[in-house]
Design a protein around this ligand. Structure first.
Ligand SMILES: [Zn+2]
Length: 182
């Protein structure tokens, strides 16, 4: 077969010949060349359809490896830190008690990323006139502004932790700086 013709037929199809499923997202899949009126015809199958195929009539068989698109664009450390800080500050300002756990988690994350500095804890005595018990506050310092940050201590809970982690991952993915979206 002429090389040019071969290259022409060798171009992979976008979809499986049988089920029509897109092959772009499939890591690798079978491909064959069959003869049709002395011409080589390329056929691509998803692995599942290939398994089910009863008559496999070909003169050439190989596995096509598809190049997968680059993984999610990565934020630089600085971009990530800026986004996390922005989220922290917006939640901190609202002082919404239902977000206390998210703030607690974010503060530790920002400490790990060296945006916040750990300053220690502070005990707030129980209020004798009410039922409020003694409270422990965690004290951080925003290293950029020198601002002191106080957060009520939280007990670690696996379920809440997983929820907050997921929320923050989604936030980072949906707030990519514009230059990373192109
Ligand atoms: Zn298929």
């Amino acid at each position: 077969m002429e090389k040019e013709k071969y290259l022409n037929v060798a171009r992979p199809h976008k979809t499986c010949l049988l089920c029509g499923r897109s092959l772009a997202g499939v890591d690798k899949h079978p491909s064959i060349l069959t003869k049709w009126e002395d011409e080589a015809v390329r056929k691509d199958y998803c692995p599942q359809c290939w398994e089910k195929l009863t008559s496999k009539d070909y003169f050439c068989y190989w596995i096509t490896k598809r190049l997968q698109p680059a993984p999610n664009k990565q934020l630089s450390k600085k971009e990530r830190n800026n986004l996390l800080l922005r989220l922290f500050e917006s939640l901190y300002e609202t002082a919404d008690e239902s977000r206390a756990y998210t703030l607690f988690f974010l503060a530790h994350l920002l400490m790990r990323y060296k945006v916040f500095k750990w300053k220690g804890t502070r005990e707030i005595a129980a209020d004798p006139d009410s039922t409020r018990p003694t409270q422990t506050l965690l004290i951080f310092e925003n290293k950029l502004t020198g601002e002191e940050i106080q957060l009520p201590d939280q007990s670690l809970e696996g379920e809440k932790l997983a929820e907050v982690k997921k929320e923050i991952d989604e936030y980072l993915q949906t707030n990519l700086p514009e230059e990373l979206l192109t």
